[in-house]
Design a binder for this molecule. Sequence first.
Ligand code: NAG
Ligand code: NAG
Ligand code: NAG
Ligand code: NAG
Ligand code: NAG
Ligand code: NAG
Ligand code: NAG
Ligand code: NAG
Ligand code: NAG
Ligand code: NAG
Ligand code: NAG
Ligand code: NAG
Length: 706
Amino acid sequence: MDDSRNVFFVFLLITIVMAISAISFCNGNMEVLCKESERRALLSFKQDLKDPMNRLSSWVSGEGDCCSWAGVGCDNLTSHVFELRLGNPEGYSRYKLGGKISPSLLNLNYLNYLDLSNNDFEGIPIPSFIGSLKSLVNLDLSQAGFGGVIPHQLGNLSNLRYLSFENSYERLLKVENFQWISSFTSLKFLDMSGVNLSKAYDWVQVLNTLPSLAELRLLFCDLGHVSYDLPLVNFTSLSIFDASGNQQFGLPKWLFGLRNLNALYLQGVSLEGPIPFGLANMTRLKILDLSTNYLNSTIPQWFGTLHHLEILHLRANELEGNIPSVIGNLTSLISLNLTRNQLEGKIPESLGNLCKLRRLQLRHNKFSGSVSEILEILSGCSADSLEELSFRHNQLSESFGQLVKLESLFISHNSLKGMVHEVHFANLTRLKYLHASGNSLTLNTTTNWLPPFQLDSLILNSWHLGPKFPMWIRRQQHLFHLEISNTGISVVSSNIETVDFSNNSFSGSLSHFFCDKIDQEQNSFVQQIYLFLGNNLLSGSIPKCWTKWKTLSVLYLENNNLVGVIPSSMGNLTDLWALNLRNNSLTGELPLFVRYNTNLMTLDLSGNKLIGKIPNWMGTSLLGLKVLNLRSNNFEGNIPLQICDLVNLQVLDLARNNLSGTIPRCFDNLSAMKTTPALPSIYPYETEEFYMMPDAEVCWNIYMWS
Ligand SMILES: *[C@@H]1O[C@H](CO)[C@@H](O)[C@H](O)[C@H]1NC(C)=O
Ligand SMILES: *[C@@H]1O[C@H](CO)[C@@H](O)[C@H](O)[C@H]1NC(C)=O
Ligand SMILES: *[C@@H]1O[C@H](CO)[C@@H](O)[C@H](O)[C@H]1NC(C)=O
Ligand SMILES: *[C@@H]1O[C@H](CO)[C@@H](O)[C@H](O)[C@H]1NC(C)=O
Ligand SMILES: *[C@@H]1O[C@H](CO)[C@@H](O)[C@H](O)[C@H]1NC(C)=O
Ligand SMILES: *[C@@H]1O[C@H](CO)[C@@H](O)[C@H](O)[C@H]1NC(C)=O
Ligand SMILES: *[C@@H]1O[C@H](CO)[C@@H](O)[C@H](O)[C@H]1NC(C)=O
Ligand SMILES: *[C@@H]1O[C@H](CO)[C@@H](O)[C@H](O)[C@H]1NC(C)=O
Ligand SMILES: *[C@@H]1O[C@H](CO)[C@@H](O)[C@H](O)[C@H]1NC(C)=O
Ligand SMILES: *[C@@H]1O[C@H](CO)[C@@H](O)[C@H](O)[C@H]1NC(C)=O
Ligand SMILES: *[C@@H]1O[C@H](CO)[C@@H](O)[C@H](O)[C@H]1NC(C)=O
Ligand SMILES: *[C@@H]1O[C@H](CO)[C@@H](O)[C@H](O)[C@H]1NC(C)=O
C-alpha cells in the first residue's frame, strides 16, 4: 500500500512539476529563468544517468525554465542552480538512479546542495571532481552505492557543513587517512557509517581538530581501539557520538573528556568488566546506550549524578545485583531498558518518582516480588506516563492491576498464579498489548464482561479461560494477533491474521463462532486469515455461512467431533490453500464444491466416513495440490487416471479405503513425488518420511508415509 502511495505521490509530484514548467513556459517574461549554460550542464548530466522510472522526465531540452525541473533548485535572485536534490526518498529500488556522474556538474558553479542518496551507482568510485564544486555546503552520498577509496580531493570542499557517506549494509567504501578532512572547519555533521576505516588510524587526531563538529556517526566502520591519550581533547563541540558495531572499539579513555556530549551510543563494542567510572563525569549525557556488551558489575551508585539522562539502555550485558534506589534521582528518564541481564531482587520504590518514564523494559532478568507490589510502586507519579511495562521472563509472583496510561503489559513467563478478575483490568483503558502467557492464571469474568480496552494483541497461552468460549475476546475489534492455545506459538506477519485456538477444550457448535452477529460486523476482513481450531471438543456440523470468510486461507478443524456433510458453500473459500478436516466423523461424498477451491495445496480429509468415488475432476481442477490425504474413509471404485495430472503432488495417501482395480501406471509420471517433500510449512507432516509401496496387495494403498 505504501508503495502504491509513493508511486502515486511521485506521479503527483511530476505532474505538479510539469504543470509549473508549463506555466513558466507560457509566461515568457517571468524574471527568474535558469542560465543557459547550467541548463546544458544539467542535460548532459542527465544523459549519463540511468533513470529507469524516468524521474527526470521534466528535464527536457528546448525552451523552459530548468529551475522548475524535478529536484533542481535555483537561487531566487541570481537564478543560478543552487540545489540538486536527487535522493530517492523512500529508497524504493525501482526509482534508483544509476550510471555515471558527468563532469558537466562543474558548470554549476553555485551548487550549494547535492543529494544523491539512496540511489545505486553500482560500486563506481566517487568522482574526484566533486572536490571542485567549491560552493557545496551539503553533500549527501548516503546509500548511493559508490565504492572504492573516498577521493582526498573532497578535502577542497572547505565550506561543507553536512557530509554523509552512510552505507551501513555494504561497506563498499573505504578511507585510508583523514588528512583531507582536516580542512572542514565548518563541518557540523559527519556520517561515515559502514565505511571501512580500519586503516585510517589518524581519525581521532584529525576529527579532534574540527572546531564545529557536533554529530559524528561511525557505526560499523571496523574501527580499532584507540588506546593513546590525546594531549588535549578538543571535540568540545561534539554533542552526539555513535560508534556502535565496531567490535574492537571498547571505551577509550579520551571519550571521558567529552564533557559536552549529550548522546553516547556504544552498542556492541566489546566493553567488559565493570561499567566504566569515567562516565560519571559526563554529566550532560541525555542518552547513554551501552547495550550488547559484556559489562558485569552492579549498576553503580554514581549513576545518580547523570541526572539529565532521558534514555538509559544497558540491555544484553551481564549486570548483576539490584537496581539501586539512586535510579530514582534520574527524574528525566523516559526509557529504561535493562533487558537481558542478571539483575535480581525487587525493584526500588524510587522508580515511582520517575514522572516521565514511558518505557520500562526489564525482561529476561531474575526479578522477584509480586506484580501487585510493582504496580503499587509504579502507581506513584510514573503511573501518569508509563506506556510500556515489560517484565517477561522473570520470577514474579501473583497477579496484576491498574495503570491508567499503560498500553503494553508484558509479563509472560513468570511465576504468576491465582485468579484474575474483571476489577484487575478496570483502569487499563488504553491497553493494546497484553502478553501474559507462561503463567498459571485463571481468568474469572462474567459472561457479559465488556473490557475497558480494545486490544491489538493478546497472548494468554496456558491461562485457564474455559470451559466456555471467552465472549469478551470476540468483542476485541482490532485484534490482529491472538494466541490462547495451551502451548502454541503462532506465526504472524503483517499481512496475515493468525487465530490459533487449537489444543483447548472448546466445545459445542462452530456456528456461533462463524455465523453470529459479532462476526457479521467483521466481514470487512482484508487480510489472509489462518484459522486453527484443531484438537478441541467441537461438535455438530460444519456451518454454512462461508460467504463472509472469503479471505480465509488456512482452515484447520482436525481432531474434533464434527458430523454431517461438508457444506457446499465452502466453495466460496476461493483463497483457501490448506483445508484440514482429519479425524472427525464427516459423512457424504467428496463435495463437488472443492472444484472451486482452485488454490488448494493441502487437502486432508482423512479419518472420516466419506463415501463414493474419488471424482475425476480432482485431477483437472486442483492442479496446485501438493498434499492429498483421503486415508481411512470409505471411498470405493477405481483410482481415476486424472490423478496423474496433479503434477505438483508430493504426498498422496489413499490407504485404508475400499478402493479396487489397479494402480494407474501413469503414477510414474508424478515426478514431484520422487523428490523430498517441500511441503507448505503449515502442514504438520512436513518432516515425516514417505515412500512408495509398489506392491499394494494389502489394502490398495498406493503411496503412503509412515
Ligand atoms: C527563495 O524564496 C523562497 C520564498 O520567498 C524562500 O522560502 C527560499 O528560502 C528562497 N530560496 C533561496 C535559495 O534563497
Ligand atoms: C584543490 O585545491 C587545490 C589548491 O587550491 C588545487 O591545487 C587543486 O587542484 C584542487 N583540487 C581539486 C580536485 O579541485
Ligand atoms: C576493511 O578493510 C580491511 C583491509 O583494508 C579488511 O582486512 C577488512 O576485512 C575490512 N573490514 C570489513 C568489515 O570488511
Ligand atoms: C584544538 O583546537 C584548536 C583550534 O580549534 C587547535 O589549535 C588545537 O591544535 C587543537 N588541539 C588538538 C590537540 O588537536
Ligand atoms: C567481569 O569480567 C571481567 C573481564 O571479562 C572478568 O575478569 C571478571 O572476572 C568478571 N567478573 C565477574 C564478577 O564475573
Ligand atoms: C572527573 O573529573 C574530575 C574533575 O575534573 C577529575 O579530577 C577526575 O579525574 C575525572 N574522573 C575521571 C574518571 O575521568
Ligand atoms: C539522589 O537524590 C537524593 C535526594 O534527592 C540526594 O540526597 C542524593 O544525594 C542524590 N544522589 C546522587 C548520587 O545524586
Ligand atoms: C530494549 O531492549 C530490547 C532487547 O534487546 C529491544 O528489543 C528493545 O527494542 C529495546 N527497547 C528500546 C525502547 O529500545
Ligand atoms: C482506578 O483509578 C481510579 C483513579 O485513578 C482509582 O480511584 C481507582 O481506585 C482505580 N481502580 C482500581 C480498581 O484500582
Ligand atoms: C468467580 O468469581 C465469582 C464472583 O467474584 C465467584 O463467585 C466465583 O466463585 C468465581 N469462580 C471461580 C471458579 O472461582
Ligand atoms: C497442539 O498439540 C499438538 C500435539 O500435541 C502440537 O503438535 C501442536 O504444536 C499444538 N499446537 C499449538 C498451537 O499449541
Ligand atoms: C457461495 O455460497 C452461497 C450461499 O451459501 C451458495 O449458494 C453458493 O453456491 C456458493 N458458491 C460457491 C462457488 O460454492
